[in-house]
Write a protein that binds this ligand. Structure first.
Ligand code: PAF
Length: 282
């Protein structure tokens, strides 16, 4: 596996592969790779001739007071894992390469509506930071496929929308959430939890599962389900941002006749904000 920092040298490698008609998959990450990321890499490896994994902690998607400075950076361990997974290129650009005009003066990609609700309401500017960096990664790498986890469900929909709107020739592949045995969704932020908070964190999965069960049993009073979800998360000592039953295509409020849902939640355990979701078909 090669580690490449510059866009120019990444493009040289890509051009030499394309000369031979080889296909390319991209797995965008912020590093600190865990089993969830490795599932994306495995699926990319199974589909494409060549796999590029980017590790870039994107300052544009962190708000003031968020964890940009302390976000875990573990490049050596990441490199070892990716080498074992037979990745072709680890792309680790620096901030100046990704935002040559400086972040404040750079072109912004924003998906209105979807970016302003749920996590977007709690983290203003977050999704335009995500959309702006993912668009750059797509135009730099020009992969046939790009892989994202369903854990960041709202992010996934925003990326699908920008790909459609900007006519980008990349297929977005979604990979199911990897979980601990007690249901906690894998996340780099889980390591911020102390033992006590780690013990409480599976409430997110339990509350989502209980809501999914009630939807499958025919409950269609979404307000009541949301209130029950919020109460369960609060009772476990977390501070919920939201607990919402939505449509899986647009995150809109579902009709009573709907058969497909996504239930999403975000909550703070002390200073650590965790998110999770479950898709439900009835
Ligand atoms: O999901 C993530 O890790 C990030 O939001 C992404 C997609 C790599 C963009 O920085």
């Amino acid at each position: 596996m090669k580690t490449v920092r510059s866009i120019a040298s990444l493009r040289e490698n890509l051009a030499s592969w394309r000369q031979f008609g080889e296909t390319v998959a991209l797995v965008p990450t912020m590093g600190n790779l865990h089993e969830g990321h490795m599932r994306l890499v495995e699926q990319a490896r199974a589909l494409a001739d060549r796999v590029v994994v980017s590790v870039f902690v994107n300052p544009a998607q962190f708000g003031p007071g968020e964890d940009f400075a302390t976000y875990p950076r573990t490049l050596d361990a990441d490199r070892r894992r990716l080498t074992r997974a037979d990745v072709d290129i680890l792309f680790t650009p620096d901030v100046d390469a990704m935002y040559p005009g400086g972040i404040e003066r750079s072109t912004v990609v924003r998906v209105p509506g979807l970016s302003d609700i749920l996590c977007g309401a709690a983290r203003p500017g977050h999704f335009s930071g995500v959309a702006s960096v993912v668009t750059r990664l797509f135009t730099i790498v020009m992969p046939q496929w790009a892989f994202f986890g369903e854990k960041d469900f709202q992010q996934l929909l925003i990326i699908r929308t920008l790909v459609r709107d900007l006519h980008l020739p990349v297929a977005i592949e979604a990979v199911p959430t990897a979980r601990e045995p007690d249901g906690l969704a894998l996340s780099s932020r889980n390591q911020y939890l102390d033992d006590e908070a780690r013990g409480r964190a599976p409430i997110l999965f339990r509350a989502l599962s209980a809501c999914a069960e009630r939807l499958r049993a025919g409950e269609r009073d979404f307000r009541t389900l949301e209130r029950e979800g919020l109460a369960a998360v609060s009772a476990a000592g977390a501070v919920p941002d939201y607990f919402a039953v939505r449509t899986p295509d647009a995150l809109a409020e579902p009709a009573k006749t709907a058969r497909e849902f996504v239930v999403l939640t975000a909550a703070r355990f002390g200073r650590t904000r965790l998110i999770d979701n479950l898709q439900v078909r009835t």
